[in-house]
Write a protein that binds this ligand. Structure first.
Ligand SMILES: Nc1ncnc2c1ncn2[C@@H]1O[C@H](COP(=O)(O)OP(=O)(O)OP(=O)(O)O)[C@@H](O)[C@H]1O
Length: 319
């Protein structure tokens, strides 16, 4: 497993922990009546003020983990603590708020009326400030039904802010939004994160993790397979991609070299995943094996594909 900093779960919980999951397991029954572990022993500590991206392919167990974290469902094994106590207590007291994927809005109310109505449940909340913080000031009079998907998510974000939460949990908050809407959404969240709020967000968009998170936790089939800063996760799978025009027989020979971890043919070019791009480059040039050679750093997305793919073939995560 890739870890940036050791996070032994046996360490005493300190006041700096917002979230602590210890050996959490959640089982469900599948369509064939078989029990399986959707979450299979997750240990995770999130320190106060951290912005953590929670990544994983479809069905990896992200939503199930988040549901346990919010006290919506209980683990079959292990424990979940928010700010050192029960999740339900932290949610009830407004220290934790969530932006989930859908639901929860009344289509005929205006944006402002929605925020004021929900605000009345939180004494001391300031609807005007929240509308501005969520970037909704100009949309106050718009009916919810007429808001775009991105605007509705910003409204859910505004509602989450009403209780003045210390921890904000977002489950794929930008699913289905276009690039502009996603950018606007994250600009609003980022401002709050910069004020010191702890944020945990699940996403399928790697660039959101790349741009926004301090730390990335990747899960696959209910287990943590990588944990570190974006650059640590990338560099732990250190390497670059070298692509070039190469003859088929030369490419076949190159894939047998220890300098090549894997190779893919795209758009007529061979893309070699390599642990040592300098050496591979030298080889290609000196032996005239390739032309139009390009060297590019691996993206977080590539790191993620490698981690989850190796987990699938080896039966476990990258270690
Ligand atoms: N109530 C349930 N009963 C049975 N199986 C469930 C239930 N909830 C989730 N699952 C299964 O548990 C696994 C994990 O689901 P989960 O929704 O946590 O994944 P996810 O990582 O959030 O996926 P996605 O990115 O697609 O939202 C999946 O195989 C899912 O089908």
């Amino acid at each position: 497993m890739i870890t940036s900093r050791p996070r032994p779960v046996s360490e005493e919980v300190t006041s700096s922990d917002a979230v602590r999951l210890s050996s959490v397991v959640k089982r469900f029954t599948d369509a064939k009546g078989q029990r399986f572990s959707a979450v299979d022993g997750i240990d995770l500590r999130i320190r106060r003020g951290e912005v953590l991206a929670f990544l994983g392919p479809n069905g990896a167990g992200k939503t199930t983990t988040i549901d346990m974290l919010l006290g919506l469902t209980r683990p079959d094994e292990g424990s979940v603590e928010l700010f050192g106590g029960e999740p339900e207590r932290a949610v009830r007291s407004g220290r934790v708020a969530a932006v989930l994927q859908s639901g929860g809005l009344l289509p005929d109310l205006t944006v402002e009326a929605t925020v004021r109505m929900l605000g009345s449940l939180h004494p001391g909340s300031d609807a005007d400030t929240v509308l501005v913080r969520a970037g909704l000031d100009r949309l106050r009079g718009r009916r919810v039904a007429e808001c775009s998907g991105g605007e509705q998510q910003r409204l859910r974000f505004a509602l989450a802010l009403l209780s003045g939460p210390e921890l904000l949990v977002l489950d794929e908050p930008t699913a289905g939004m276009d690039v502009v809407a996603r950018r606007e959404f994250w600009a609003a969240v980022r401002e709050d994160a910069e004020r010191g709020m702890t944020v945990m967000f699940a996403t399928h968009y790697m660039e959101e993790a790349d741009r926004f998170a301090d730390r990335v936790v990747m899960i696959d089939r209910g287990r943590v397979v990588a944990d570190g800063s974006v650059s640590e996760v990338r560099s732990a799978l250190s390497g670059r991609t070298v692509s070039a025009l190469v003859r088929e027989e030369d490419a076949a020979e190159l894939t047998r070299s220890p300098l090549v971890r894997s190779c893919a043919l795209r758009g007529g070019r061979y893309h070699f995943d390599t642990p040592d791009s300098d050496a591979l480059l030298r080889l290609l040039v000196e032996r005239r094996l390739g032309t139009e050679i390009e060297v590019t750093p691996r993206s977080l997305e590539e790191a993620f594909m490698t981690i989850t793919a190796s987990g699938r073939t080896a039966g476990e995560g990258v270690r």
